[in-house]
Design a protein around this ligand. Sequence first.
Ligand code: PGA
Length: 245
Amino acid sequence: MKYTVIVANNETDFGIKAASAFTQAVRQYDKPDVILPTGNTPLPFYAALREMRAKKIPAFFYRQLDEYLGLWAGHRKLFLEEMKRNLLEPLRIGASLSFNGAADPQGEFMRVVTAMKSLKPAKIGVIGIGGNGHVGFNEPGSSFFDGARIIKLAQKTREDNSKDWEFQDGPFPTHAITLGIRDLRELEQTILLVRGEGKAEILAKALTGPVTQDVPASYLQNQRNMTVIADRTALSKMPGFNPPL
Ligand code: PGA
């Protein structure tokens, strides 16, 4: 397995390094489709992109990675709403595929599967890793051959993600829609973003442990062209990791 690790010294540095790796990847294509993540990890990355002059960001189309199901339209915790606030609206970026988390789940699933058939595989994907090793919402047990589908959220994911959920947000979702690991394996370039001590153990397990469906992110060990952008705490449990300060 070969990949490049870029060590971030702080949050701002993380964002700048991620934005730089990302724009470098996008520049290699003509308006590529890119998969982008939500959650806390990528926030400095989006902040850095917003700081760059829009002119300096090569054109691309956003393809959604995952989304909660069963929330109301416009719910502030819908990933698409977050993406609109953090990136799509400030930088006027269009989407080649987005999910409607407020639609009837089965109908939305059918629409997404049909849409995916008419789309070429995305070229670039920026992804994060969940505390249980999920990627997108491919929870432990997901096959590396699965495509887009509806998934029941794992208990660990519900615990982690409901931490910043407020009373007015209503009950935390039980299900989500996600692109599959099959879709992620097709990427030509993968940028993995990882921040914080809480991810150290799972990152080491994913990249240096057995390749297994129990740790969905372990598929990354066979991924071509991967760049890992991580802070020191996230890298602290990687065997042999000891970069100079
Ligand atoms: P986080 O989520 O960035 O909020 O930790 C990552 C994930 O669950 O994939």
